[in-house]
Design a protein around this ligand. Structure first.
Ligand code: PLP
Length: 404
């Protein structure tokens, strides 16, 4: 056994003693990162096209982020929401400008951001005395997180069943069935919740006809719209919110993942109309929006404003989609290539698990979602050269995975 696998198995054995066994981890121990690469202690290098599930947006060991975090740590990290500090207003202002929504609630994860959206959608109607207006309309194949509220609007029974009963009054519409959806939205609906691109559900953009139907249903019934942009938002698709690309005008938006560039940051954004219902004490978070989280978000938002980064993201995305479509013509096992920007799904005719393993063996990190779909969520800093390096590895892995 070489040193690398010895280390991996010793870490695995120690974790097996006391870490809750809920993850199927690949047996590798990463010790260091640099840009789009991760390294094991023995120096084996991997090209990272999943970025910690869409989180390490500025890549690994980003010097500007590291310096800002270190400086913040030497100054002040946390004071709680009992007091003011200078950075929350800065992040809230920057997010308001980029999302078009007025007010931010800070938390620590995507699930918490969704949770806040679900709560304040009901709070809005409660304040108006419409106490029976509590229904949530969600979509089949949705994923919104693991807390009880977020789980209640998550579709897959595999995640839900062991934890029932969940929050009542949730119904699911098929994103391809406009008439079925219309029948579910009525004047008891508090909110419709949608991922503009379903991430865990297989990187499926909401069809334009459904986006139009959502807007029409909100106009018809007054139902609020929650856009869960935890995965698709924060600039990953080229626009700050993919909702805008679809022509959706959400009242509440959940953000997370890429926004903290590796520091846990969740944010729920609200229109003033929704936010007006919130009263002191309604909701809160000990850590939410502390100085560490806000500093990281500010570094990320500033980086995202760079025209050079925007241009290189667009070029990398073009190269990736062009390359994948050419690969699809060569490999009939690729059923579909979909997504936007740097959120990409490659749907295969077979279970993608062996492809992920084969890519790993070749030094490329990707992941599988919705059984047959390979998901790519690379860091925003990838270049066309990184794409050129990844595509042949991916093609080899798909061929090898198909023969496995
Ligand atoms: N919403 C969406 C669309 C997600 O993709 C995820 C995570 O994958 C979540 C919510 C939950 O985020 P977190 O794992 O940070 O709680």
């Amino acid at each position: 056994m070489n040193t690398s696998s010895t280390l991996a198995s010793s870490v695995q054995e120690r974790e097996a003693q006391h870490v809750l066994q809920i993850y199927r981890r690949t047996p590798v121990v990463f010790e260091r990162g640099e840009g789009v690469h991760l390294f094991t202690g023995e120096g084996r290098s991997y090209l990272d096209f999943i970025s910690g599930v869409g989180v390490a947006s500025l890549g690994h060991a980003h010097a500007g982020l590291a310096d800002a975090i270190a400086a913040q740590a030497h100054t002040l990290l946390h004071t709680s929401n009992l007091f003011f500090h200078p950075l929350q207003a800065d992040v809230a202002t920057a997010l308001a400008a980029r999302t078009g929504l007025d007010r931010a609630f800070f938390c620590n994860s995507g699930a918490e951001a969704v949770e806040a959206c679900l709560k304040f959608a009901r709070r809005y109607w409660y304040t108006q005395g419409a106490t029976s207006r509590t229904k949530y309309v969600a979509f089949t194949h949705s994923f919104h997180g693991r807390t009880m509220g977020a789980l209640s609007v998550t579709w897959d029974d595999h995640y839900r069943a062991p934890f029932a009963p969940l929050v009542p009054n949730v119904v699911f519409a098929d994103p391809a069935d406009v008439a079925g959806f219309d029948a579910l939205v009525d004047d008891t609906t508090a909110a419709i919740i949608v991922e503009p691109i379903q991430g865990e559900g297989g990187v499926r953009p909401i069809p334009p006809a459904m986006a139009a139907a959502i807007e029409a249903a909100c106009a018809r019934t007054g139902a609020l719209l929650i856009a869960d942009e935890v995965q698709s938002g924060s600039g990953r698709t080229g626009e700050f919110l993919y909702s805008r690309t679809l022509g959706l005008t959400p009242d509440l938006v959940a953000l997370g993942k890429a926004l903290g560039a590796g520091v846990p940051v969740g944010v729920a954004m609200f229109t003033n109309a929704v936010a007006a219902a919130a009263m002191p004490g309604d909701h809160g978070s000990t850590y939410g929006g502390n100085l560490l989280a806000c500093r990281a978000a500010l570094v990320f938002l500033e980086a995202l404003d760079s025209p050079a980064l925007k241009a290189s993201m667009a070029a990398a995305s073009d190269r990736l989609f062009t390359g994948l479509r050419a690969m699809q013509r060569r490999l009939p096992v690729i059923r579909d290539v979909r997504g936007a920007g740097l959120m990409v799904g490659i749907d295969l005719t077979f279970d993608a698990a062996p492809v992920v393993a084969a890519a790993f063996e070749r030094g490329l990190l990707i992941n599988r979602t919705s059984t047959t779909v390979i998901r790519l969520l690379p860091p925003y800093i990838i270049t066309t050269a990184d794409v050129d390096a990844a595509l042949p590895l991916l093609e080899d892995a798909i061929v090898a995975g198909g023969n496995a």
